[in-house]
Design a protein around this ligand. Structure first.
Ligand code: SFD
Ligand code: AMP
Length: 609
C-alpha cells in the first residue's frame, strides 16, 4: 500500500464554504505558512453549495443602515428559543457583510436595485444572487491561497499529539481514487467538514432514495471527527426540520419572503399565524416575533396531524408577472435543480397550480436555523470567561479550530456566515501558531499504524466474506455500508424523533434506540467494502453513527421540548426555562468509551432588547 505524508502549518479539513474562507484568511495573515486543504471531493463543486444557491441568507446591509449586529443577535436568539452563544453570533454578524463584498468582488453576481444600487432583498437578512456558480467562485480564491489542495481524500480520524493528548497533531485518511493512506501532520487544524444528512430515514425512499434537501455528502464528519478526538460538543440535540416543497426538497425562503407566496391547509385556511395554539405548552414563546422557525413548523405539523393536509403553497397566486415567474424558476434552477425537474416531469406549471409543502426528515447542522457542533472559544473582546480558553473558534482540543456547520452555538450563518466564520477561524489558527512559535508536533507511530489497519479493514472483510455470499449481496460475514446506513436511519427515525413518529420521542424510546445503536456499533467492525468507493461509504457510515449517538445522548439529557416543530420529548412536552435554559455540552472519552454531559449557562452579554 502506498503511504503519503503531507506536512503543513495549517491543515483545513473540508473545502466547503468555511474551509475556503479559512484558507483565504489564513494566507492573509500567514504569508509564509504552509496551508493545506484536505477535501473529500473537488473543491470546485464540493459541499452544500455544490449545486449553487439562489440567495445569500445572511447579509446585514450595515453600509446602508439596514441592520446592526445587535439586531441580528436578537433575531437569532429569538429564532433558536434563547439558546445561542451571543458572542459567536455577534462575531459572525460584524464580519459577514465584508465577506459578501469580497464574494461580489470575486465575481458572484448579486442582484441590485438599478435606482438605489442596493442589493435586492429577499427578506430582512437575505439577498438574491444568480448563484449557480457560487462555489467555483469561492473555490478559486481558496485555490490561490492554499499551498496545496489534496482532493479526493476522506479524512477518517484526527490525530492528537503523542506528548500532549489534548493538542492536535494532524489527521489521517485515504485517497478515494488510488487507495493510498495519507498522514497529515499539522500544527493547527481548521475543521470545516460540514453537517450531517442521512442520520434519520429520509422521506425519499424507493426510486427517490438518496435524495435529501441538505447535501448527501454531508456525512457527519464535522461532528464525528472532533467527538472521537475528545472535543466538547454543544446543542447536538437540536435538529433542523426545514419546510420544503414535497419530494424535490425545494427551499421555501424565496417563495415566502420575496415572492410573497402564501401557504394554506387543504381548506384554504392560513395556519401559520395562529399563536393561540402555542400558549399552553410554550408560554411567552408563543408571542415571539418573528415567529421562530421551529414554531412555524409546529403549526404546520398540527394541521397535518389533524387531517388538514396536504399543505398547499399557492405558487399560482404569487407568479402573477413574467418577472416573478422567472424568479420562481431561477430560484430552483440555481439551487435545487431537482425541484424544477420534478415540476417538469409531473406536468406541474407553478403559474397554474399549487405545490405541496412538507416538513422534511431531520438534519444535524450548525449553520442553518439550528446550531449543533463543537464547543468553541469565543472572541476575546466579547466572550465571557466561561466561553473563552484561548484563541477564537478553538475547540477544547488545543490547536483544533472549527467553523461553519462544524462549529456549534451560533446558527443562522448560512453560506456567507460560514465563509466569514471560516475566515475568523483561519485567522485565529495563524495567531495560535504565531503565539506558539516553538511548537513541535509528534505523531505516535503505533497509533498511526493502528489507524491504517482499521481504515482498510472493510476491504479485507469483503475479500474474506465474499466467499460465503448466500445470495446477491447477503453474506453472513459482513454487512455493506448501505445496509448499515438503512439500519441507522431506521433506528433514528423510529426512536430518535424522525418522520415515522412525527418527530416525537421520549426516554424509553431513546433508551431502546441507544441499545439498537450499540448493536449496530458492534457490527461496524464487520463492514465490507468491495472497492474504494464503498470504503468511503463505510467511513461515512462510521461518522454518521458517532454523530447519531451524540444526538441521542443529548436528546435524552435535555428533559424538555425546547424546539417544538424540530422534535418533541413527549414525556416532557413543555418548554422548561427554569431548568433548561442552558446549553448541554458533552464529551466523549475514547479510552473508556464513556460520555459525560453537563449543563452550561447561557449568558446574555449584549443589550439587544
Ligand atoms: O435557502 C470532507 N444553504 C444556504 N445558504 C445560503 O446562504 N443561502 C441559501 O439559499 C441556502 N439554502 C441552501 C443551503 C444549502 C443547500 C444544500 C441547499 C439550499 C439546497 C446553506 C449553506 O450551503 C451552508 O450553510 C454552508 O454551505 C455550510 O458551510 P460549511 O463549510 O460548514 O459546509 P459545506 O459547504 O458543506 O462544506 C463541507 C466540506 O467538507 C467536505 N468534507 N472533506 C474531507 N474529509 C471528510 N471526511 C469530509 N467530510 C466532508 C465536503 O466535501 C465539503 O466540501 S436554503 O435552503 O437554506
Ligand atoms: P429556507 O429557504 O427555508 O432555507 O429559508 C431561507 C431563509 O428564509 C432563512 O433565513 C429562513 O429563516 C427564512 N424564512 C423561510 N421561510 C420564512 C417565513 N415563512 N418567514 C420568515 N422567514 C422565513
Amino acid at each position: 500500500m502506498q503511504v503519503r505524508n503531507v506536512e503543513s502549518d495549517v491543515l483545513i479539513i473540508g473545502g466547503g464554504m468555511a474551509g475556503c474562507g479559512a484558507a483565504y484568511e489564513a494566507r492573509t495573515w500567514g504569508k509564509d505558512l504552509k496551508i493545506v486543504i484536505a477535501e473529500k471531493a473537488n473543491i470546485d463543486r464540493s459541499g452544500a453549495v455544490a449545486m449553487g444557491l439562489s440567495a445569500i441568507n445572511t447579509y446585514l446591509g450595515m453600509r446602508w443602515g439596514e441592520n446592526t449586529p445587535e439586531d441580528f443577535v436578537n433575531y437569532v436568539k429569538g429564532d433558536l428559543m434563547g439558546l445561542v452563544r451571543e458572542d459567536l453570533v455577534y462575531d459572525v454578524a460584524r464580519h459577514v457583510d465584508s465577506s459578501v463584498h469580497l464574494l461580489e468582488e470575486w465575481g458572484l453576481p448579486i442582484m441590485k436595485d438599478e435606482k438605489t444600487g442596493k442589493y435586492v432583498r429577499e427578506g430582512k437578512w437575505q439577498i438574491l444572487i444568480h448563484g449557480e456558480s457560487y462555489k467555483p467562485i469561492v473555490a478559486e480564491a481558496a485555490k490561490k491561497a492554499a499551498s496545496e489542495i489534496v482532493s479526493r481524500v476522506m479524512i477518517t480520524h484526527l490525530i492528537t499529539d503523542s506528548q500532549d493528548k489534548n493538542r492536535i497533531a494532524g489527521a489521517v485518511g485515504f485517497d478515494v481514487r488510488d487507495g493510498s493512506f495519507i498522514i497529515f501532520k499539522a500544527k493547527a487544524v481548521v475543521l470545516a467538514s460540514g453537517g450531517a444528512t442521512h442520520i434519520f430515514r429520509p422521506r425519499s425512499v424507493g426510486e427517490g432514495w438518496g435524495r435529501t434537501w441538505y447535501s448527501p455528502w454531508s456525512t457527519g464528519s464535522g461532528y464525528a471527527l472532533p467527538i472521537e478526538a475528545g472535543a466538547k460538543m454543544v446543542q447536538m440535540e437540536i435538529r433542523l426540520v426545514p419546510t420544503r416543497f414535497k419530494d424535490g426538497y425545494g427551499p421555501v425562503g424565496s417563495w415566502f419572503l420575496y415572492l410573497k407566496s402564501k401557504a394554506t391547509n387543504v381548506n384554504g385556511e392560513t395556519y401559520d399565524t395562529n399563536r393561540d395554539r402555542l400558549r399552553a405548552n410554550y408560554g411567552a414563546y408563543a408571542d415571539a416575533k418573528p415567529m421562530p422557525t421551529c414554531m412555524r413548523n409546529h403549526l404546520m405539523m398540527e394541521e397535518i396531524k389533524e387531517g388538514r393536509s396536504p399543505i398547499l403553497m399557492h405558487t399560482q397566486d404569487a407568479l402573477d408577472t413574467r418577472e416573478k415567474e422567472e424568479a420562481g424558476w431561477e430560484d430552483f434552477l440555481d439551487m435545487t435543480v431537482s425541484q424544477a425537474m420534478l415540476w417538469a416531469s409531473q406536468n406541474t406549471d407553478p403559474k397554474e397550480r399549487w405545490s405541496e409543502l412538507v416538513p422534511t426528515e431531520p438534519y444535524i447542522m450548525g449553520s442553518h436555523a439550528v446550531n449543533a457542533g463543537a464547543w468553541v472559544s469565543g472572541p476575546e473582546d466579547l466572550a465571557p470567561e466561561e466561553y473563552q480558553w484561548g484563541w477564537n473558534r478553538m475547540t477544547t482540543i488545543a490547536g483544533l479550530f472549527a467553523a461553519g456547520d462544524a462549529a456549534g452555538g451560533a446558527g443562522h450563518k448560512f453560506s456567507s456566515g460560514s465563509f466569514a466564520e471560516g475566515r475568523i477561524a483561519g485567522k485565529a489558527a495563524v495567531k495560535f501558531l504565531h503565539d506558539n512559535s516553538g511548537l513541535r508536533t509528534n505523531l505516535d507511530k503505533e497509533v498511526i499504524e493502528a489507524r491504517k489497519n482499521e481504515i482498510f479493514q472493510p476491504l479485507e472483510n469483503y475479500q474474506l466474506g465474499k466467499q460465503f455470499i448466500t445470495r446477491g449481496s447477503v453474506s453472513p460475514y459482513y454487512l455493506y455500508p448501505n445496509q448499515g446506513l438503512k439500519r441507522l436511519e431506521k433506528i433514528m427515525d423510529e426512536y430518535g424523533g424522525g418522520i415515522t413518529s412525527f418527530y416525537s420521542t421520549n426516554s424509553t424510546g431513546l433508551g431502546r434506540g441507544m441499545e439498537l445503536l450499540d448493536m449496530l456499533k458492534e457490527d461496524l467492525s464487520l463492514l465490507g467494502a468491495e472497492d474504494l468507493h464503498q470504503l468511503q461509504r463505510a467511513w461515512e457510515l462510521n461518522h454518521r453513527v458517532i454523530t447519531a449517538e451524540s444526538v441521542m445522548r443529548h436528546t435524552l439529557f435535555r428533559e424538555e421540548t425546547r424546539w417544538p416543530g424540530y422534535y418533541y420529548r413527549t414525556d416532557h412536552p413543555k418548554i422548561d426555562d427554569a431548568n433548561w435554559k442552558v446549553f448541554v455540552v458533552s464529551k466523549f472519552d475514547r479510552n473508556s468509551g464513556n460520555w459525560s454531559l453537563e449543563k452550561v449557562p447561557v449568558y446574555n452579554i449584549l443589550r439587544t432588547e
